[in-house]
Every structure is written in C-alpha cells, then in structure tokens.
Design a binder for this molecule. Structure first.
Ligand code: NAD
Ligand code: TYD
Length: 357
C-alpha cells in the first residue's frame, strides 16, 4: 500500500539505516526525512540515496510546530516513524536540557501535528504514528529476568526518563484522542553509521588508532545487542501488521557483558588487520575507568510478543552482525575519520549550499 512516511532523525544511526531499507524494499513509499542535523546527524550517511526520487530531506527541528504543521499538509503525511532524539546516556548526565526539549517536547509537537492533520480532518483510518523507543525505560534488571511489554516503567537516567515521558505522551494520545499509535521498545543496536561515542564504534575507532579502550566500572554490565538491520525490519513489520495502541519489545537474544564485547572486537581486529606495530594484542589497550553515574547493570528483552503476534525474529546472530559491522568500519574509514575530525559537518554546506550557517 502507498505511504508517505515522515521519518524524523533520518540522518542519525538507526534512522539512516531505516531510510535505506525503505528505499530498497518499499517501492511505493515516499520518504520525507526531517532532521535537525545535531552533532549526531550526518548527511554523509545518506551518500548514494540522498537524491533518490522517493527521498526528500528537510533540515528542521521537531520542536518547530509551524514547520511540522506545514510538512503534514504539504506532503500529505499518513505515517510517522519517529526516531529523532538525543540518544546518548553520558550526554544526558552532563547536559540533560536538550533531552527534555527534543525527546519530550519534540515528541509532543509531532503528536499535535498528527492529531490536527489526521483526526481533526478525519484522515485517520490508514494513518500510523510509530514511536521508536528503548528498553531503557524499564530500568535495570538483576541477574535474572527479562523486560516484557508489561514491565513497570522505571527509568533511571535523564535519557531514559525523557524517553519514558515521551512514551507516556504517545500512549495518552491513543487513549485520549484515538490517535493511531504504535510503540517499539528496542535493546542496544549496533551496525553501520553509528556515531563513535557509543561503545562499539568508539572501541573500534580507538583500537584501530592504538588509543585506550575505556571500560566503565568492572565491565560486568550487560546489554542485549541487536544488529540495526534487524531493528529496522522489525519496525516495518510493526508498521504494517502491528495492532494500533500496542507496544512491542524488540531484541536480539544476545546478552553480553561489556568486557566480552570489547575483547571480541579486539580479537576480531587483531585477526583482520594484524597486530599493531608494537606487536601487542589490542586487548592490552583495555582501560577500566570510573563508572557511569547511575549505570544500569543489566538489560535483557523478552521479544516473545513480536515473535508470536507478528512473526518477527532477528535474522543475524551476534557473531554475524559483528562481522558485518567490523567489516563496514574497516571499509568506511573515511566516514569515521570525517566524524572524528568534525569535517562531516562541512559536508552540509557543500551539499545544500548552506554557507550562511
Ligand atoms: P542518533 O543520536 O544516532 O540520531 C538521532 C538523530 O536525531 C540525529 O540525526 C539528530 O540530528 C536528530 N535529531 C536530534 N534532535 C532533533 C530535533 N530536535 N529535531 C530533528 N532531528 C533531531 O540516535 P539513534 O541511535 O539512531 O536512535 C534513534 C532512536 O532510536 C532514538 O529515539 C533512540 O531513543 C532510539 N533507540 C536507540 C537505540 C540504540 O541502541 N541506538 C536503541 C533503542 C532505541
Ligand atoms: P552505550 O553504547 O553508551 O549504550 P547505552 O548506555 O545506551 O547502553 O553503552 C553501552 C554499555 O557500554 C554501557 O553499559 C556503558 C558501557 N560503556 C563503556 O564501558 N565504555 C564506553 O566508552 C562507553 C561509551 C560505554
């Protein structure tokens, strides 16, 4: 079925993978990609698809109500897939303001735009507002147990508190106004185009440059890893088959301690590119550093509902996904280098003649 999809945050890590998937796999879907291009937004990640006839990029802020209203009307948006967010927990600890603004107020602004355009004008029957959220809203697990869709919300970082708040607003718009919403709560993603502040790309880049590999605390914190392509396919499944008003957990059944992930990356790089000049395995670069404030100990998703009800399960094992990820970063060193030296931001000006910015 034809759709015109407003993808917010389509120049970020997951958003760009999602835009690429739609352009590849959904021939009659138009993609309107709205992104503010914060430090985490990277137009270079759209190289090769930016000019695709079914892709329109708009630089703008999801908090800008006038812009949102205009986009709904001008492009006749019938579907929203909402990725745009401040997404890094460490930044939320040092600078929470932007998290409240974008994650809470920005989500509210989009909901208002959808309510006015879809409900006030009676267009809601095939419309969908899919809010992309995180398993971090459920808090931290002990040694056992899993997050299900009925686990009580217990966010513990400014990031997860802002995402939890946005989830509540999205649900409230379903219950109060009947807005056709869907929510997905996903575990940690990894794969191509991830900003090198997150554990996996940070370790990959540092290890290639012979820099220390910072592991917080004792390295025993557990995350449940999912290859980004699997997440994007799950979102399409929920969009097409999910029941309006419902939430779906998405996860990879890949619980790993941080130290295991870091050691695996070191071993993979040693095997693929050889030992560094000093002849020492990259594991020797591991440096235990001061723990993150309020560091959640363990996340683990029970993805049984989306498996049973929507027949979705991940296609990539952790080993396959990591292999593809490491190969991608090795083959795309220019992408990482331009992020690290800041030149990726000049790319905007060149591409869209924003020399005035
Ligand atoms: P990201 O930080 O890589 O990208 C965020 C994108 O949003 C950037 O392109 C940025 O420019 C844009 N953006 C930020 N503020 C904006 C604003 N006010 N208006 C318009 N655009 C704005 O994030 P990501 O890792 O791709 O995460 C995407 C979504 O998925 C987020 O909502 C996040 O909470 C959720 N999520 C992420 C993970 C993960 O492991 N990365 C896991 C589960 C859920
Ligand atoms: P991160 O990639 O920031 O994702 P999240 O905090 O959303 O789970 O971190 C993943 C895990 O790795 C988390 O337990 C914190 C830890 N970590 C480190 O040990 N060192 C680092 O340099 C970073 C960025 C994270």
């Amino acid at each position: 079925m034809k759709k015109t999809v407003l993808v917010t945050g389509g120049c970020g890590f997951i958003g760009v993978n999602f835009v690429r998937l739609l352009l590849e796999a959904r021939e009659d879907w138009q993609v309107i990609n709205l992104d503010k291009l914060t430090y985490a937004g990277n137009l270079q990640s759209l190289e090769g698809v930016a000019d695709h006839p079914r892709h329109t990029f708009i630089r703008g802020d999801i908090c800008d109500a006038a812009l949102i209203d205009a986009l709904f009307t001008e492009h006749e948006i019938d579907t929203v897939v909402h990725f745009a967010a401040e997404s890094h927990v460490d930044r939320s600890i040092t600078d929470p303001d932007a998290f409240v603004r974008t994650n809470v107020f920005g989500t509210f602004t989009l909901l208002e735009g959808a309510r006015k355009y879809w409900l006030d004008q009676g267009r809601d029957s095939n419309c969908r507002f899919l809010h992309v959220s995180t398993d971090e809203v459920y808090g931290s697990l002990g040694k056992t147990g899993y997050f299900t869709e009925t686990t009580r919300y217990d966010p513990r970082s400014p990031y997860s508190a802002s995402k939890a708040s946005s989830d509540h607003f999205v649900r409230a718009y379903f219950h109060t106004y009947g807005l056709p919403i869907l929510i997905t709560n996903c575990s940690n993603n990894y794969g191509p185009y991830q900003f090198p502040e997150k554990l996996i790309p940070l370790v990959l880049n540092n290890a290639l440059q012979g820099k220390p590999l910072p592991v917080y605390g004792d390295g025993g914190n557990v995350r449940d890893w999912l290859y980004v392509r699997d997440h994007c396919e799950a979102i399409v499944r929920v969009l097409e088959h999910g029941q309006v008003g419902e939430a779906y957990n998405i996860g990879g059944h890949n619980e790993k301690k941080n130290i295991e992930v870091v050691e695996l990356l070191c071993d993979m790089l040693d095997a693929k590119v050889g030992l560094p000049a000093n002849g020492k395995p990259r594991k020797t670069l591991i440096t235990f550093v001061k723990d993150r404030l309020g560091h959640d100990r363990r996340y683990a998703i029970d993805a049984g509902k989306i498996d049973r009800e929507l027949d979705w399960r991940p296609k990539y094992t952790f080993e396959q996904g990591m292999e593809k990820t490491v190969d991608w970063y090795l083959e795309n060193k220019k992408w990482s280098e331009s992020v690290m030296d800041g030149s990726y931001q000049q790319y905007y000006a060149k591409m869209y003649d924003w020399s005035q910015d």
